[in-house]
Write a protein that binds this ligand. Structure first.
Ligand SMILES: C[S@@+](CC[C@H](N)C(=O)[O-])C[C@H]1O[C@@H](n2cnc3c(N)ncnc32)[C@H](O)[C@@H]1O
Length: 261
């Protein structure tokens, strides 16, 4: 996958490729990330990339021509490698919020162009003419789209075939694989006793079917308890009979704990 990020701060983007799984994906040739700076496409001596908003008001708006030229260059750079015109995504608090499902869809693309805005944002006409979709990383406002682009790059990279050391890890994450639409189950590692707290005995049993059952019960229970919104979406699709039984068991366990003296 080839991702070009249109940004006034390309060194920020380099940070995401400098660590962990993303670095490995780059080193293994699964991913290439490059920054394209609109400042390099300015034509005035001051290399101006912002301008005052029409209609007045506080703040500045990103100038449209350097942004357009940088986006075209980014699109061409990706197309040269993939042979396909990439989707152009504008990182924006006004887009739909990134979900694991959207990350999975984006991971199927061979190339992407991500636009990181700055200042008060970018000229609406640029969005109309050059952006395929807007994408938010949450209902809050960042100073720039770089962190959002880095979030997309990280979430997408771990889904590229071969990016994770153990291909099953991603399947066990929240929202994925057998936990589709659910939060992940709790995890434990050594020591067996930490400040008087033990590990659920089933995890030490070596009984893989029982461990799978317990993990699914925790995933269902946690989602029911912590994210009623997600749980409602998941249960709207219909819970399997064994899932309903596991949830009832989880809730029964909570009730029993509550009534302990
Ligand atoms: C200060 S923000 C501009 C926000 C804009 N005035 C608004 O309220 O929609 C500057 C840039 O940060 C990025 N940004 C801010 N919040 C974001 C979010 N939640 N998700 C993705 N990008 C975001 C966008 O690229 C935006 O152009």
């Amino acid at each position: 996958m080839h991702i070009a990020v249109v940004t006034l701060f390309p060194t920020m983007i380099e940070a995401v490729t400098g660590h962990g799984i993303v670095t490995r994906a780059v080193n293994n040739g699964l991913l290439r990330v490059e920054g394209v700076n609109p400042r390099d496409f300015t034509r005035d001596v001051h290399k101006t990339v912002d301008d005052r908003p029409f209609g007045g008001g506080p703040g500045m708006v990103m100038k449209i021509e350097p942004l357009r030229d940088a986006t075209i260059a980014a699109r061409e750079a990706v197309e040269k490698v993939t042979g396909k015109r990439p989707r152009v995504l504008y990182m924006s608090p006004q887009g739909p919020v990134l979900t694991q499902q959207r990350a999975q869809e984006l991971a199927m693309e061979e190339g992407l162009v991500l636009i990181a805005g700055r200042y008060e944002g970018i000229d609406e006409r640029f969005i109309e003419a050059y952006v395929d979709e807007e994408l938010s990383i949450g209902d809050y406002v960042l100073s720039g789209g770089e962190l959002a682009a880095m979030v997309v790059i990280d979430a997408v990279t771990r889904l590229l075939p071969g990016a994770l050391g153990d291909a099953d890890s991603a399947k066990q994450d929240s929202f994925s694989g057998e936990f589709e639409g659910l939060l992940d189950c709790p995890h434990y590692t050594r020591p067996e006793n930490f400040e008087g707290r033990g590990v659920p005995p089933v995890l030490m049993s070596g009984n893989h079917a029982a461990i799978r059952r317990w993990r699914l019960m925790q995933a269902l229970g946690r989602t029911w308890q912590r994210r009623p919104d997600l749980f409602a979406q998941r249960s709207a699709k219909g819970l399997a009979k064994n899932e309903q039984q596991l949830l009832d068991e989880y809730i029964g366990g909570l009730d029993a704990k509550r009534s302990e003296p």
